[in-house]
Structure formats: C-alpha cells, structure tokens
Ligand binder design. Sequence first.
Ligand SMILES: [Zn+2]
Length: 457
Amino acid sequence: MSNLDSVTNLKASHTCLTYDKYVIISSVTVCGVDCSLSNPLEKNNMPKIYLIDVTNRDGVQTAKLGLSKLEKTLINIYLNEMGVFQSEFGFPTTRHETLYLQANLELAEMGVLKPIRLEGWIRAIVSDVETAFKLVPNIRHLNLSISISDQMLKGKFQGRKKRDDLISDMVAAVDTARALGAESIGVNAEDASRADLDFLIKFGLAAKEHGADRLRYCDTLGYDNPFSIYETTKALAENTAMPIEIHCHGDLGMAVANSIAGAKGTIDGGQDVYINTTVNGIGERAGNADLVAVILAITKSKGFTSKYQLGNPIDLRKSAKIAEFASYAFGVDIPINQPGVGANAFAHSSGIHADGVLKDPGNYELYGFKELGRGKPKFVETGREIIAGQYSGISGFSHIMGKMDVEFADRETASEILELARYANVESQKPLVEDELIFIAKYPKIAKKLLTMTPLA
Ligand SMILES: [Zn+2]
C-alpha cells in the first residue's frame, strides 16, 4: 500500500477549507444588511436564475492565460463552496484534460464537489460525443456547441454546410449523448446574437424534441445590448418553452448588463434562466460576465430581486477568496475599480464621501464589505520565508506544512507529499497557495492524477 493512503493528522483547524461540507447560507445578517444571496423577500413562483460558471472553459481558452489542473480543481471547489449551480469544468475530448476531469468527477463522488454539477464542453458532432464518453466514461453533463449564424455558415463553414445541416449535426450529437448516458444536455448556439431568430427557435425546438434540457444563447462577440437581448431571449423562451442559458461577452462593455437583461427576458418569457459567468470576468478577448458582479446585479440592483431571483442560495462571502485566487492563478491583477472585490470598492477619500460613509455606510455604499468576505486581517510574511517549490527538500517542506497544522505519519509519507508538491509547482511555475498544499496533503491520490500527463500515449 502506498503511503499516499496514510496521511494523518491533517487537522481540521485550518479555516480556509471547507472541503468536507457544503454550507448553505439561508439568511445571514452582517452590519444590518442581508448578506446572503437567498432573497430577503418572499420567494415568488416565477422561474428562477441559476449560475453556470465557465472559467474552466472560456476562461482558460483566453489568449495568453491558463490554469494548471490543480488550479482548475480549486476553482471548482470554491465555486461549489459559493453555491454556484454548475461548473463548465473542461474539455472532455482534449487528452491533457482526461485525468483532471476524471479526478474531479471522483471528487464529486466523494462528496467533495457536491452539490455543484460538473459539465463538459464539446462540439456538437457525434464523433466528439463518442470520444468524450470514451475518455471520460462517467461524464454525465454536457454542453454541445455549434456555430449558428449565417456569418459562420459563410465565413467559417465556407458554404460546406447549410442551416439544416447544423440542425441535423446537433440532433445527432444530442441523440448520441443521451444514448451514451448523458443526464443533462445543453445545446450551445454559438454566435446566436447574429443568427436569424426564426432559425434559432427552430434550432431550439429540434434540440428540445431530441431531449436537450437547455438552449445556450451565445452573444459570442458581445454584439447585443440590454434592449436587444431582452427581446430575443423573451421570444426564445416563449417560442421554445425551454430554459435558456445566457452567455455574454464584454466587447462593448455590457456583458453583465446583457446577462441581467437576458435573464429578465427569459423569465418574462416564462422559463428558468442560467447565466454564464467567469471569475473576474476572465474570458476570450474583452472577457465574459464577471461572477461576482452578476450576483451583485441580481441581488442589489434597483427593484430587480423583487421579481427575478436566484434559484438556490449563494454565499457571497466567498467572493473575495475566489476572486483573489483566480487573480493569482491567472496572473492577472483584479482591477482597482472591480465591483465588490476591487481594492477601491470600499475606499473613500473625498471629504464629503468620507464624512458621509463614516456617519452611515449606506450613504455611499450599496452593500457592505463583509458581505463579500472582505475585512479579515491578512498575514503577510515580512521576515524569513521558506517556500515550497520544485526543488524543495523535506526539512523546509515539513516546516511549511507544520505552520498549516499538517503533520505526517512518517518521513516516507512526507516525502511522497513533497514529491507531489514539486510536480504541482512544475506545472504552475509559481509558489503554491496554502489551499493547494492542503489539497495535496488531503487528497494525494487525486493530486497525483491531476499531475499525471502522458502525451502521445
Ligand atoms: Zn464565450
């Protein structure tokens, strides 16, 4: 038996981790303001808003950026802690993702990634569906993507496909996914905002007829505005009578506003809506709708939440942690003026504002910093530092882990965990954060899987 099975004395005292339990915040009050995102008002019978975060798909597709498999796993864990409904956790047909995807599905089976739903993104073609189930046999949730606008038919498919071919490709993929065991299927209409609405409805109805659960309306180029997306999503919801996903990009600076307007359109059309987000808005080109900003917009904007509500509770207090981790992992600073989590989100300097906020924070703040999980003291080492890296030795590593209350059964176990930490550092090329080290110590077999890659096997 490997010593990876026998890590001991991993004390539960470390406050950053709640891997073992899912905490639902039903109603928490901080500073006199309701800080949970369960609606403070009575639940209504309207359709609801759910969040699907696509950081581990759209986010990592972003030019010049990327995440290690361990970093992607921590993003899934933080999203789960926050209460996000679903994570689009990767690419089931991409070989270097296979063990990462399998390892995360194992974490789901272990109850670590629960209740979050893990869904893979592939092209809506039969061969991709077959490859996905071959490489990741226990995948159960899929998003099947196909370009749908005439621009793409002409410019991308170069006339090789017609509108009807798109539908026949898509339904064949949906049928195959169902036959191979998919429990939920979203159909991803890429470039939907530039597509013909009647065709989009026809496409959605065909998907529904073949058992798809949702239609993803992709504003792939960020072309919509809140008024146009409202009308389109309302028409889609009314005419397809299926839940709609809203996938917005920020090329015109409206990703969050469009997401909210699309949610309103879908709900007014009588259907549940699933907003796609990414942490810190990281995504292709100008990015996607930012997770925290979307939650704030739903719950704090003028009058919205009286009618349009989240379908499950979200723990907004995890915002600062997930935003800071994503910033570190991507190597992209959080803009100083980022809603909720930016350095200036609660900073006041001018006389009138400072005086006003000191008298009553509600004078110049829409929500309190504690609601975002801010305000805790941070410990920054200003003296000697021992850091875990790819060339670390056992003495320094034991010192680091000891500071986090992690002790090992014996030296051999410590050496094995150290070896995993070295490999994790080789992959990420930056010092591992505490939660990464603790994850490796707590789930060494899973960590080993995340760190294993065999190209051209
Ligand atoms: Zn996108």
